[in-house]
Design a protein around this ligand. Structure first.
Ligand SMILES: Nc1ncnc2c1ncn2[C@@H]1O[C@H](COP(=O)(O)OP(=O)(O)O)[C@@H](O)[C@H]1O
Ligand SMILES: Cc1cn([C@H]2C[C@H](O)[C@@H](COP(=O)(O)O)O2)c(=O)[nH]c1=O
Ligand SMILES: [Zn+2]
Length: 210
């Protein structure tokens, strides 16, 4: 007879560590959803640390906030090494069950293995970030994290032209390069509604596949 033992019954999970990803375009509610999961975990008595990237200082470093005004204190770190060191330090000193990482797109590809390591060590790792660039191209590391997570939630915003589900966004300001030119647009440019708009696929002005 195969399957689970009938004398001991189903076993409780021995290793709580896993990865949950919340992704999508800007204005989709990623930060709201991340903060909802943070609140819920704290309600359950878990120790939660909220982390964001120092480059995104729109509402002041040390805060994760949503476009609708929700906000929680967070630790701002500059790169993946600092993130991992901070989380491991917290775990060693105060105990930590959950780490919530917002604006994950700014951490780059090294975030993927760091997240896997932390989950392997028993942490619940919540990751929120953009999975698509302003040019409608995949925005790493989110696509890779989606492939490796236990739970993936892709949200959409509301298209500013027609009101349909918006899986994309467009940058509505020119992107200056370090040299001051606007033609070599970078993927990274911190901003909000003054710089980006949500768009469905039918109202993307410049889809790269057309
Ligand atoms: N085009 C839009 N579509 C949906 N929500 C929008 C839009 N523009 C502004 N919002 C607001 O943004 C909120 C989501 O903000 P936030 O959680 O910060 O999103 P994200 O983190 O995905 O950018 C919505 O609840 C709504 O109040
Ligand atoms: C599309 C796009 C966005 N960004 C920046 C703009 C904002 O600072 C963040 C996204 O914030 P949100 O919480 O998801 O609204 O990312 C970028 O740097 N590059 C892009 O292509
Ligand atoms: Zn539309």
């Amino acid at each position: 007879m195969g399957g689970m033992s009938t004398t001991t019954g189903p076993r409780a999970p021995q290793h709580p560590g896993h990865v949950e990803v919340v992704c999508g375009p800007m204005f989709a509610g990623k930060s709201e959803e991340l903060l909802r999961r943070v609140r819920r975990a704290r309600f359950a008595g878990l120790a939660v640390e909220v982390v964001s990237h120092a480059v995104d200082d729109r509402r002041g470093a040390g805060t994760v906030s949503s476009h609708s005004g929700l906000a929680v204190p967070a630790v701002a770190v500059g790169d993946v090494a600092a993130l991992e060191a901070h989380v491991r330090g917290q775990r060693a000193t105060g105990g930590l069950d959950v780490v919530a990482i917002d604006e994950a797109q700014f951490f780059g590809p090294d975030l993927v293995d760091a997240v896997q390591r932390l989950a392997g060590d028993g942490l619940v790792v919540l990751v929120a970030g953009l999975d698509v660039t302003f040019e409608a191209r995949p925005f790493e590391p989110l696509p890779s994290l989606c492939a490796l997570a236990e739970r993936v939630t892709r949200l959409t915003a509301v298209c500013g032209v027609c009101g349909a589900d918006a899986a994309f966004h467009e940058r509505v300001v020119a992107t200056p390069s370090a040299a001051g030119r606007v033609e070599d647009a970078r993927s990274e440019l911190v901003g909000g509604a003054e710089s980006y708009v949500a768009r469905c696929r039918h109202h993307l002005a410049a889809a790269p596949w057309r």
